[in-house]
Design a binder for this molecule. Structure first.
Ligand SMILES: NC(=O)C1=CN([C@@H]2O[C@H](COP(=O)(O)OP(=O)(O)OC[C@H]3O[C@@H](n4cnc5c(N)ncnc54)[C@H](OP(=O)(O)O)[C@@H]3O)[C@@H](O)[C@H]2O)C=CC1
Ligand SMILES: N[C@@H](CC(=O)OP(=O)(O)O)C(=O)O
Length: 360
């Protein structure tokens, strides 16, 4: 067996950072050795720095790791660095890491729009990672960054990918999200008074991110593999409305879509296409890749966050209530685990793909 790659986590004390620690415990490819957070946490043992909020216990291996400042020097032995940094601070920190030659996979939004940065949902567009290969071929072997999408975007694009592959372009799409409180992070997190007995119909910046990120993720890699051509607003119109609801983990989205080509497929053809989709990460043999990428549920009252978010350990996406839509062509309900396939799990699966493609 090959030696495991050394991994580090930035923002290790946060909602996403804690999920990284759970998912990297006993990982066959990566050994998590370095943890970074703010100067409030640096210098403390992880167990003393973190306010652990997961329902699984804090893995023993992490308890006594002393938290570092987020400076590249402390991470120089790492083959891969996962970032769950607060976006207010991620920009300059991640830039310094890349300039120091490190490979960074980031949950933060800061570099998602950059032309030269792949924005990847690993069960959807792993081919965009070929941009990294192109950079290596150019002789720029050193550092790079890959961005993970917004968590709601991840759930949305998962069923779109196989549908577009099979039935051609989708030219109109609406989504109304019901987003879990863990999506807002832990520092400080959402006050109980705001979520109990309540729904908040606004999440700052979220609708805009879902609308443009979808066009980049469904966009095409240029022939020289140096940039992504996002879909234009003539090619696809995306409209999102976002709500915060009193759910711990798991983002639900009610989506409607229209295909460009006529006649549109039948409901049965749509379901069949989703059920039979096998993501490339699974074909590559990646450890965390879901065996069933999309679970199509037939019960009228599914998917539900508490019952369905952990399908394929949170790496699979659930789709239910697939039916005709009198305005567009189809509507359905999609559920995805926001801190697994929407965040830390996506980062780890991206790293597994990078490893399988010998890019780290
Ligand atoms: N939660 C989710 O579902 C998703 C989150 N994201 C993104 O992932 C990132 C992390 O989110 P989340 O875990 O929810 O956020 P949290 O607020 O829970 O955690 C933020 C982390 O950043 C660290 N941090 C804060 N300030 C600094 C600083 N000045 N220097 C270094 N580290 C700092 C914190 O450390 P300390 O404890 O020491 O303050 C903590 O580890 C964000 O960019 C977010 O937008 C993306 C997709 C989904
Ligand atoms: N805003 C998302 C989580 C998040 O932080 O997204 P982003 O990384 O796109 O800012 C939520 O509230 O559920």
């Amino acid at each position: 067996m090959c030696a495991r790659k050394i991994a580090g986590v930035l923002g290790a004390t946060g909602a996403v950072g804690q999920r990284f620690i759970l998912l990297l415990a006993d990982h066959p490819d990566f050994e998590l050795k370095v943890l970074g957070a703010s100067s409030r946490s640096a210098g403390k043992k992880y167990i003393d720095a973190v306010v652990w909020k997961q329902t699984d216990l804090l893995p023993e291996f992490a308890e006594n790791i002393v938290v570092s400042e987020c400076k590249s020097d402390a991470f120089k032995e790492c083959d891969i660095v996962f970032s769950g940094l607060d976006a207010d601070y991620a920009g300059p920190i991640e830039k310094e890491f890349v300039e120091a030659g490190l490979a960074v996979v980031s949950n933060a939004k800061n570099y998602r729009r950059a032309q030269e940065v792949p924005l990847v949902v690993p069960i959807v567009n792993p081919e965009h990672l070929d941009m990294i290969e192109a950079r290596k071929a150019d002789g720029k072997k050193s550092g790079f960054i890959v961005c993970i999408s917004n968590c709601s975007t991840a759930g949305l694009v998962a069923p779109l990918k196989p549908l577009v592959e099979k039935f051609g372009p989708i030219d109109a799409l609406t989504t109304t999200t019901l987003q879990a409180i863990s999506g807002a992070g832990f520092s400080p997190g959402i006050p109980g008074i705001d979520v109990l007995d309540n729904i908040v119909p606004y999440i700052g910046g979220e609708e805009d991110k879902i609308e443009w990120e979808t066009t980049k993720i469904l966009g095409h890699l240029s022939s020289d593999k140096k940039e992504i051509r996002a879909l234009s607003s003539e090619e696809i119109k995306v409209s999102a409305q976002c709500n915060r609801v009193a759910v711990s983990d798991g983002h639900t989205e009610c989506i409607s879509l229209r295909f460009k080509n006529r006649p549109a497929p039948s409901v049965e053809q749509v379901k069949d296409c989703l059920k039979t989709y096998v993501c490339d990460a699974y074909k590559l043999g990646c450890h965390s890749a879901p065996k069933q990428t999309i679970h199509v549920l037939e019960q009228n009252d599914r998917p539900q966050p508490r019952l369905d978010r952990n399908r394929d350990a949170g790496f699979g996406v659930s789709v239910g209530r697939v039916r005709e839509d009198p305005v567009l062509d189809f509507k359905m309900v999609v559920l995805s685990h926001n801190t697994v396939i929407g965040a830390a799990g996506a980062g780890i699966l991206i790293a597994e793909i990078l490893l399988a493609k010998k890019l780290i």
